[in-house]
Design a protein around this ligand. Structure first.
Ligand code: EPU
Length: 416
């Protein structure tokens, strides 16, 4: 299994280009199930999850071709209505085919995802919403089996905003009979991107990006032609990389408005941030000030940046409180950061981080995607050498991260 080795202590300097957003690309790819024809998606990141989604679509009968950051695919024939466990266990986002498959074919069987390293992550909102739209839902041998001759518009309330739940129901509703209203829906930029893609297909959607989304069902759709938005979590991870190394970098091809909460918080830490159209310049401060964060649904502080921000706080000159409100077990990086000398105590959903003068390189283990990113950041700042194992987690969400960091001066290499 690949490892990543980092000799820490180098200030990053230079420029980096942001790739397309994994969490926007995955639902957009799933939207190709909705209607026959030749679809095209651009600005796709070269990531394991993207290829997994491609293979899953291939399994459903969709003919897929990747060419650099573009993919074209033909979905004239859906030959299977089943997303098998083998796909779902490697990528939970496979659940995103449930809504569009049901809308297109009247039936879908998707393996129920189990829990994962960061929490139990149930999908009851997805199934509850489809049931409200008239689907008959049964659980058979670990599979969600959904059937509906024709979905019907409904008023659906989310107990808490769910990103993929909102996306799944939005895709199911575009071909339903009548109007669907999603209340307390998620309003992440990835939801807006999917809605934009669906609207170019001929869907009638308003309110995406707010907590109330209205979808008027249409009779038919035309194929996709969509450019995926830049990845705000990759953007944020590089912002912290500049901050934690006291560097000075320019992050190109991003959408600063998507990183508003993080920008506010990093400015509080003393980092200097200047924003222009499509780019963010980040300068690290001599002293990192302690700042508290609480993760919240968008536009609050993103849970996908919690681990990276915590790593920055391990080197602050005071004490900060990091509260995780979205997932119940998203502190797996803490034990690894402690191996590098960090002073962190966890009580319930809050971690108290007491800043120290320096982190020390150590062998550590990646446990999930964003935890891996936090260890890379720790390694960049640490004195000595850090070896990160199980980097396959990282490869699910960060395109060419070593090359991008090397270009800015980091001494980082992959050991295969
Ligand atoms: N929830 C339920 N029932 C449901 C769905 C969600 O109780 O049916 C709960 C979850 O347990 C969680 C909260 O609602 O406590 C929010 O979860 P959400 O459904 O929004 O998460 P998700 O859609 O499974 C997406 C991203 C995650 C990101 C979260 C939160 C994709 C493919 N995944 O997951 O991304 O952390 O939203 O923003 O979009 C990552 O990229 O590293 C990642 C984990």
């Amino acid at each position: 299994m690949d490892k990543i080795e980092i000799d820490g202590g180098i200030r990053l300097n230079g420029e980096v280009n942001i790739s397309g957003a994994k969490n926007a690309a995955l639902p957009v790819m799933a939207a190709s199930i909705l209607c026959p024809g030749d679809h095209r998606v651009t600005n796709l990141p070269g990531l394991r999850d993207i290829y997994t989604m491609g293979k899953l679509l291939g399994h459903l009968g969709i003919n897929f071709q990747f060419d650099g950051d573009e993919a074209t695919f033909n979905s004239d024939n859906i030959t299977s209505i089943e997303a098998p466990y083998d796909f779902v266990k490697t990528m939970r986002a496979s659940i995103l085919v449930l809504g569009p498959l049901l809308a297109r074919t009247g039936e879908a069987k998707v393996s129920l995802p189990g829990g994962c390293a960061i929490g139990a992550r149930p999908v009851n909102f997805h199934t509850m919403g489809l049931a409200k739209m008239g689907a008959e839902i049964t659980l058979e041998e670990g599979y969600i089996h959904a059937r509906a001759k024709k979905l019907k518009g409904a008023r659906i309330y989310f107990d808490m905003p769910s990103v993929t739940g909102t996306e799944n129901l939005m895709m199911a509703a575009v071909l339903a009979e009548g109007t669907t209203i999603l209340e307390n829906a998620a309003c992440e930029p990835e939801i807006i991107d999917l809605a934009d893609a669906l609207v170019t297909m001929g869907a009638d959607i308003s309110g995406a990006g707010t907590n109330n989304i209205t979808i008027n069902g249409v009779r038919e759709l035309r194929p996709l032609n969509h450019q995926v938005i830049p990845d705000r979590i990759e953007t944020g991870t590089f912002m912290i990389a500049a901050g934690i190394t006291g560097g000075d970098i320019t992050i190109n091809r991003c959408i600063p408005a998507h990183s508003e909460a993080l920008i506010r918080k990093t400015v509080e830490t003393g980092m200097e941030i200047s924003v222009e159209r499509g780019r963010i310049r980040v300068k690290g401060a001599g002293t990192i000030m302690p700042v508290d964060i609480k993760t919240m649904p968008h536009p609050g502080f993103p849970t996908d940046m919690q681990a990276q921000f915590m790593t920055l706080m391990t080197l602050s000159n005071g004490t900060s409180l990091i509260t995780e409100n979205i997932f119940e077990n998203r502190f797996m990086h803490v034990a690894e950061l402690k191996r590098m000398g960090a002073d962190i105590r966890i009580e319930g959903s809050t971690a108290t981080v007491s800043g120290i003068k320096k982190l020390t390189g150590a062998p550590v283990m990646a446990t999930d995607l964003r935890a891996s990113a936090s260890l890379i950041l720790a390694g960049l700042a640490a004195e000595g050498t850090t070896v990160i194992e199980r980097v396959y987690h990282l490869d699910r969400g960060y395109e060419k991260i070593e090359a991008k960091l090397q270009k800015m001066g980091a001494r980082i290499r992959r050991i295969v």
